[in-house]
Design a protein around this ligand. Structure first.
Ligand code: SF4
Ligand code: SF4
Length: 363
């Protein structure tokens, strides 16, 4: 009964909106790092990305076919690695197409990230934009996880510089993301102190390592260590010192949603949450740099490639195969801890809304 409801709901959403409302768009396969906790490895790319990356002109055709987006994550690899990243952003923000967008980064090339952020903001006045920088440890552990010396210092510098921009531009926000893996799980308090000192006025997002990671040991995380971050954030919320998201009217709801999401992840790991009710492939979707379209980043089953659909995303998004894949996600009661998709799935799980309202009232 529940599965039938979610099949009906997700297919109705897809038919109604025609294309995803929450899109993760990979614009680069290249990255400056080789993080142990990363699933976007050379092996994964070799097995899954079959074609050349989309050209700028093809990205423009894609942007023409995307209906209005509530949220766009422009990612990679390293999206800031592209010299034309401001122009790529403009393709998706023109004509009010995108309500809010974000670029995650390792924060490695500070000056390139800062100059492009300033350019993007000046070309897109008033549209909420967030840059999220990864910070996974103290200097020794962060550089070790990322297999690149000096990247900790650079990430700190990038966060400081981005926060200077945030002070001047009300529609800009900065986040710090920590991925808890086997390599940093013992120093969660220390990471929290570092984040607090460099980023006292914003959101600290704590993710749980996922997928087939470059370092197969990465995923061996004790739940109690992941939950230490939850406890620290809860204490700061109680003290009134956790500032959370900013830059737009729904920012406080995002901070509340992240609190609920951490609790849901806890329940999933403890096997206390039923699967299914995922909105991947209906509200949310992923497009890789080669034009292949997926319901999420965790399933290696594609809806197809944009090049085979003359860049008509709505046609690709609503084929019979896409409907079957959406149905399969419910039939198998698919479940995972991927944070982005847990966020959009919250929207279709009314049983979590009271918690969401409670968390919103706490902030
Ligand atoms: S986690 Fe991000 S920064 Fe690290 S290797 Fe993967 S894509 Fe690059
Ligand atoms: S539960 Fe996870 S793996 Fe399954 S469809 Fe949703 S996001 Fe993808």
């Amino acid at each position: 009964m529940k599965d039938a409801f979610y099949k009906f709901l997700n297919n109705s959403i897809s038919r109604h909106f025609l294309t995803p409302r929450y899109l993760i768009l990979f614009v680069s396969n290249q990255c400056w790092m080789k993080c142990g906790h990363c699933w976007f490895s050379e092996e994964w790319k070799k097995d899954n990305l079959k074609d050349d990356s989309l050209s700028f002109d093809e990205l423009e055709r894609l942007s023409d076919s995307v209906n209005k987006l509530l949220f766009l994550s422009i990612t990679g690899g390293e999206a800031f690695g592209r010299d034309d990243i401001p122009e790529v952003v403009n393709l998706f923000t023109r004509d009010g197409k995108t309500q809010r967008y974000q670029i995650p980064t390792s924060g490695y090339l500070t000056s390139k990230i800062i100059s492009n952020t300033e350019k993007i903001l000046s070309q897109n006045p008033g549209i909420p934009f967030r840059v999220d920088v990864s910070l996974d440890g103290n200097m020794e552990i962060h550089d070790k996880i990322r297999n690149l010396k000096g990247c900790f210092s650079n990430a700190l510098e990038t966060i400081k510089e981005l926060n200077k921009i945030k002070k001047k531009i009300p529609y800009f926000d900065v986040g710090v993301i920590t991925t808890i893996s086997n390599q940093n799980q013992e120093i969660v308090e220390e990471i929290s102190d570092i984040v607090n000192s460099v980023h006292p006025d914003g959101e600290w997002m704590v993710n749980l390592v996922r997928g087939n990671t470059r370092d197969p040991e990465s995923g061996k995380v004790k739940l109690e260590n992941y939950n230490k971050a939850q406890d620290i954030i809860n204490k700061r919320i109680k003290d009134g010192t956790f500032k959370g998201h900013s830059g737009h009217l729904s920012a406080k709801w995002l901070t509340a949603k992240n609190s609920v999401r951490r609790k849901v992840i806890n329940d999933i790991v403890l096997d206390k949450k039923e699967g299914g009710a995922c909105s991947a492939g209906s509200i949310a979707g992923v497009i890789y740099a080669d034009g292949s379209v997926y319901p999420c980043e965790m399933l290696d089953i594609s809806f197809g490639n944009l090049r085979d659909f003359d860049f008509n995303l709505s046609e690709l998004w609503n084929t019979r195969e896409a409907v079957e894949l959406r149905n399969r996600i419910q039939d198998t009661r698919c479940i995972c801890t991927q944070e982005c998709f847990l966020s959009t799935s919250l929207l279709i799980q009314p049983q979590l809304w009271p918690q969401l309202i409670y968390e919103r009232l706490r902030h």
